[in-house]
Design a protein around this ligand. Structure first.
Ligand code: FAD
Length: 430
């Protein structure tokens, strides 16, 4: 049913990167937008993000603060176990961090300024009655009423009672474990891919000068049996891009069959077995020593080892597969975006790019008539689906090759032909 109210309304469930990008898009289209975010605090964990074409495109189009968001990278290199280089090539890439993107998006959405990241002189959005962002608020359920053409969203603030609001559009940006998606696909769950990522950060200035010199302008990889390590620089505290103030960020994939050892790695200091991740500062020291530190010498070069050993609080995330067969429901009144639509494996380094693509296409499809949600099924879903599928399959191929087969850049094997197939370079999917 077409929207008749003078100001169309939307609720976005999930206030991370894909939720904020969709919210900014809808605000620009004239919607009154409310974002509900379940977390009580913004916990970035300092995760690194590779900026892709659509992420950059999104910020070029919507960022009014003119924030410089990325650290430039000029080289991709693959290491041997002794630290010598197997191969390297020049590339042009921007890398950033989750928190840098989050705070820049918030400034553009509702004018929220996080000290250090942005300042008051920057042209942030003015707080008005068109946007709300509520933390500590979980979306419990939603229901479409076809007679009214409205979605009733039930939500609960921390330690409060349930409340309801009625909107024209419900955007589910709840990430790969989305509960709102269950309404449409109750049997769709995240499937463990058989390996996980240990991750961490080290301040650039704490690295040996020769290590910093070798790693700082590059994205570096080291492949070994059951193991893929990569690292790149990201903004430092307060989003600083200043050389010397940045962080080096590593992601180290390790194969773990399901069983007691995996359970141990995913059990936090409180003794609770976590399903998908143990956050920074929550891994028991014994697990860090036995499962991370003990493996470094066999699988990492000296500079990669230095990064891991200098990381004060590593964290762990499991790698999973999940893709939704559809992303538009109830004549366009409910949509899935970002990882809720498809939780691709991280090897394409393009999940944020996908979230930006979802938001940019939403703008493209609705800009002629923001009330015409019927168009989403025919004009937004196929393209978003195609892109999500592309990333899903390439991510799976790269991950399986690295963890369960012989990657051409394996450091612990003699490989006669070290040519990288084009699909492994990922680049920018169409
Ligand atoms: C190991 C690893 C490495 C990665 N590296 C990269 C990379 O290099 N580049 C890249 O682009 N991406 C990378 N990613 C992925 C990236 O972090 C996400 O794809 C990106 O942040 C977009 O996610 P999202 O906003 O869709 O979901 P999420 O970031 O998962 O956010 C979902 C949000 O919804 C909230 N939420 C969930 N349910 C509810 C509810 N019922 N009510 C209210 N709120 C709710 C959650 O609290 C959360 O804040 C990586 C991921 C992993 C695991």
């Amino acid at each position: 049913m077409a929207i008749t109210d003078s100001v169309p309304t939307a609720v976005v469930s999930g206030g991370s990167l894909s939720g904020l990008m969709a919210a900014i898009t809808l605000k620009d289209l004239g919607y009154r937008v409310t974002v509900f975010e379940r977390s009580t605090t913004v916990e970035s964990q300092g995760a690194g993000i590779v900026l892709g074409k659509w992420s950059s495109g999104f910020f070029n189009k919507f960022d009014k603060t003119e924030t410089e968001i990325s650290v430039p990278i000029s080289r991709r290199q693959f290491f041997n176990l002794d630290g010598s280089t197997i191969t390297e090539e020049e590339i042009k890439l921007g890398v950033t961090s989750w928190d840098k993107l989050y705070y820049t998006l918030r400034a553009n959405y509702d004018g929220y300024i996080q000290q250090g990241y942005l300042n008051k002189e920057q042209n942030a959005a003015q707080k008005d009655d068109k946007t709300d962002y509520f933390m500590s608020t979980v979306v419990v359920s939603h229901a479409y009423n076809p007679d009214k053409g409205k979605v009733t969203v039930t939500y609960r603030k921390k330690e409060g009672n349930e409340s309801q609001t009625e909107v024209d559009l419900f955007v589910c940006a709840e990430g790969a474990s989305s509960s709102s998606r269950e309404l449409y696909f109750p049997d769709l769950t995240r499937k463990y891919a058989g390996y996980l990522a240990f991750r961490g950060l080290v301040p650039e200035k704490e690295l040996k000068p020769e290590t910093a010199k070798k790693l700082i302008n590059s994205i570096s990889f080291l492949h070994a049996e059951d193991s893929q390590f990569l690292c790149y620089p990201i903004p430092g505290p307060g989003g600083s891009l200043v050389p010397g103030e940045r962080h080096m960020n590593f992601v180290w994939y390790n194969t773990y069959p399901e069983g007691p050892i995996l359970d141990k790695v995913l059990t936090d200091k409180q003794g609770k077995r976590r399903p998908f991740s143990v956050t920074t500062g929550s891994m028991p020291t014994s697990v860090v020593e036995e499962e991370i530190h003990a493996k470094t010498r066999a699988k990492l070069s000296p500079e990669c080892l230095e990064l891991v050993m200098k990381t004060k609080h590593p964290f762990v995330q499991v790698v999973t597969d999940v893709i939704s067969p559809a992303g538009v429901f109830h004549d366009g009144h409910v949509i899935l975006v970002g990882d809720a639509f498809s939780g691709a494996r991280p090897h394409t380094a393009a999940s944020t790019n996908k979230a930006a693509d979802h938001a940019l296409r939403l703008h493209e499809v609705l800009k002629a008539d923001p009330r015409n949600l019927l168009r989403l099924k025919e004009a937004w879903e196929p393209r978003s689906m195609e892109y999500s599928n592309h990333l899903f399959h390439i991510g799976k191929r790269i991950g399986d090759l690295s963890q369960f087969d012989v990657h051409p850049m394996r450091a612990d094997k003699e490989i006669p032909d070290r040519t990288l197939e084009d699909w492994m370079k990922v680049g920018e999917p169409k």
